[in-house]
Design a protein. Sequence first.
Length: 332
Amino acid sequence: MIALGIETSCDDTSVGIVDQSGRILSQFRASQDRVHKEWGGIVPELASRAHLENIIPVIDIAIKEAGITVADIDLLVCAYGPGLVGSLLVGIETTKALALAWKKPLVGVNHLRGHIAAVMLAKPNIEMPSLGLLISGGHSEILFVEPDYSVTIIGETRDDAAGETLDKFGRVLGLSYPAGPEIDRMASIGDTNAIHFPITRMKDGGSDFSFSGLKTAGVKAIEKFPQMRKEDLAASFMKAVADQLLDKLVQATEKVEAKSLFAVGGVASSAYIRDRLNKLGDSLGLTVNIPPPSLCTDNGTMIAYAGLQYHQLGHKSSMDLYPVSRLSVVSM
C-alpha cells in the first residue's frame, strides 16, 4: 500500500509518499522562510496564501520524484490539526478534492501523531514503551508511548514552547527568522558557559516546562552584555533550553518504566540537543531514537506514514473533515 501525505499545518507546504514497509518514495517541501523573514515570524494569512500557490506544484513534483502514477497511490492523507486554521484548510480541502477526483480513501491525522510516526518510520525496531520529547515551535511535551501507540502526556509547557523561545531570543539577538538553526550552529562554536541561566523548576515538583522566564532572562542578558560575542550568548542560551528539557526528561524516567528514549519535532533536529540526548541515554543505559533532521521538521512523509498506521487501525475520514486549531497529542 502506498500513501501520499500532505502537511500544511504551519508555514511549509510538504508532500511525502511512503509505502507500507516504511520505504520513502519521495519527500518534497516548499519553504516559506523567505515570505515570513521580513516579519520576524509567521503571518497566518501570508502562510495560507503561500500554501495555495505551492500545494499543487509540490504534489506534482513528489509524484514525479517517486516514479509512480496516481493509479499507484492507495491512500491520501492530510494533517487536520493542530495548527493554523487557514493553512490546515488548504491541505484538507486539496486532499478532499483529490480523494474525490482520484477515487481514493481519505485519512485525516493528528499532526502531532505524525511526529511520533516519524520516529517509528526512522527507527522501526524502537523498544517500547518509550519515553520522549516532542519539541517544536509550538509544542514542548514529554510523552510516554505504549506498544499499542497509545500516548500519555507526562509533562508539557505551561507557557512558551522551546522552539518559540529560541526564535524570540534569536530575534532580539539580531538573527534572521527562523533563528533556531543559526543558534544551533552558534552553539557548536560559542562558549556554553559564558552565562549561567537558571533552570525553571515547578513548585509542585511536576515535569512541566516553563520557558517564559528563560526567554526574559535571555533578553536581559543581551542588553546587559552588549559587547559579548553573539556566539557565546547563543551557546549559553541553547544550553539553558537543553538543560531544562533534559532535567524534566530525567525526572520523568523516575515515573514510568521506559525501555528507550526518543525525540521528535523541529527542535529535535538541533545537533546540540541530539548530542546531549545521546549522552543522556548512555548515562541512563537507554537507547535514544531520533529521526534524521528531514523527518524532524514538519514533513508530508510523517503524515503519510501516520495515515498508514491509522488505516491499519480501521480509521478513515469523510468529506466532513475540518481543521482543528487546538488538538492534543492524545487525540487520534
